[in-house]
Design a protein. Structure first.
Length: 358
């Protein structure tokens, strides 16, 4: 069952989230634009950073709320609360692209690259790279600050918002710490499967699905048991979601992912997929893969590394783990005390999150 089959218009929801985000940025621009062209450039990149995407985090927040809510919430206020998670996501992507030295995000120049080019175009002094780095750090910080502001001022009951903010605070701490675990693994140039799975869980899995469910449910006054039930559904699903992303980062079609082929290999990401491949390859091939990670790679070199990973059995192992985690998640959802319409939509969202094509 897809979200649409369950009687929910996912495309309309994404459009509503987009409109909510753009309205919020426009409201911020009413005073920031008065600070001059530099501030205007920052606001313009904020608009770009929050545009597009799958909106999974907002959707899981919305349906975490609908899963347990006995009284319908004001839709505009709930949309604002859900959109706050997309601001958090945009912040993480801006920072992540800089830390990974990524050139592209969703088919457009990454923020730090765009500001580097702006610096060069205008013939400014000093370092364009430093300017781009500074702009990305500050834009990411601004988006992070806005995410808190949008949730706090969403318009729902202050008592419920305070409860939700507790989960939101935890989410931001987990994302930042998970990102540092990832940076540390790349700096060491090694990460076993357990370490890679910990990075995956805290950098992405929890904040992509489990915590959005918690925030939405808290806004509905969920009990601790309902929160636990949503965790049993959301955490394994978030892990499956990120494992699918890891496959897309190596084997994905650039026209679909908006990233170059093999981008995770070029960036040197020590994912679960890579850790499994290094474990499964003969020593000589493992050394080739290990030495190539985080280096400039030609399309032929990327293709060769993809072939090595495939031959190691790692790709198939990750597919099997995705299937097992999804099965566990859906079983937990089937047993959860949630409203039936929400259960149907969450089943559809689970399929969308884990069955994206590589």
């Amino acid at each position: 069952m897809t979200a649409q089959h369950a009687g929910w218009d996912a495309a309309l929801f994404r459009a509503d989230i987009e409109s909510t985000l753009q309205d919020f940025v426009a409201a911020q621009a009413t005073w920031l634009d008065a600070l001059g062209p530099d501030a205007q450039a920052l606001v313009e990149h904020a608009r770009t950073s929050v545009s597009g995407g799958k909106r999974f985090r907002a959707a899981f927040c919305w349906w975490g709320h609908q899963a347990v809510a006995d009284v319908p919430a004001d839709e505009s206020a709930l949309l604002r609360a859900c959109a706050s998670l997309e601001l958090l996501h945009a912040s993480a992507l801006v920072h992540d692209d800089y830390m990974d030295a990524s050139d592209v995000r969703r088919g457009r120049p990454a923020t730090h690259r765009a500001f580097e080019e702006l610096h060069r175009r205008r013939g400014w002094s000093a370092s364009p790279e430093q300017y781009g780095a500074s702009a990305a750090i500050l834009l990411g910080d601004l988006l992070l600050s806005w995410s808190d502001e949008l949730l706090r001022t969403c318009g729902l009951s202050p008592e419920r918002v305070i409860d939700a903010l507790g989960y939101f605070d935890l989410t931001r701490s987990e994302v930042v710490t998970g990102q540092f675990l990832d940076v540390s693994a790349q700096a060491r140039g090694s990460a076993d499967v357990d370490t890679a799975m910990t990075v995956l869980r805290y950098k992405s899995a929890k904040y992509s699905i489990e915590r959005p469910l918690h925030i939405g449910a808290a806004l509905a006054g969920a009990s601790s048991e309902q929160i636990d039930q949503l965790s049993r559904f959301g955490l394994p699903l978030g892990e499956a979601f990120q494992l699918r992303d890891d496959l897309l980062g190596v084997f994905g079609d650039p026209s679909v992912t908006g990233k170059p082929a093999g981008d995770d290999l070029i960036e040197g990401k020590r994912t679960v997929l890579v850790a499994l491949a290094l474990d499964g390859l003969p020593s000589t091939d493992a050394k080739v893969l290990d030495a190539a990670l985080g280096t400039p790679l030609t399309p032929d070199e990327v293709a060769h590394l993809c072939q090595l990973i495939d031959s190691s059995g790692a790709r198939m192992q990750v597919e099997e783990v995705i299937s097992e985690l999804t099965y566990r998640s859906l079983n937990a959802l089937a047993a959860a005390d949630v409203h039936e319409r929400a259960r149907g939509v969450l089943e559809g969202l689970a399929a969308e999150a884990t069955q994206r094509r590589v």
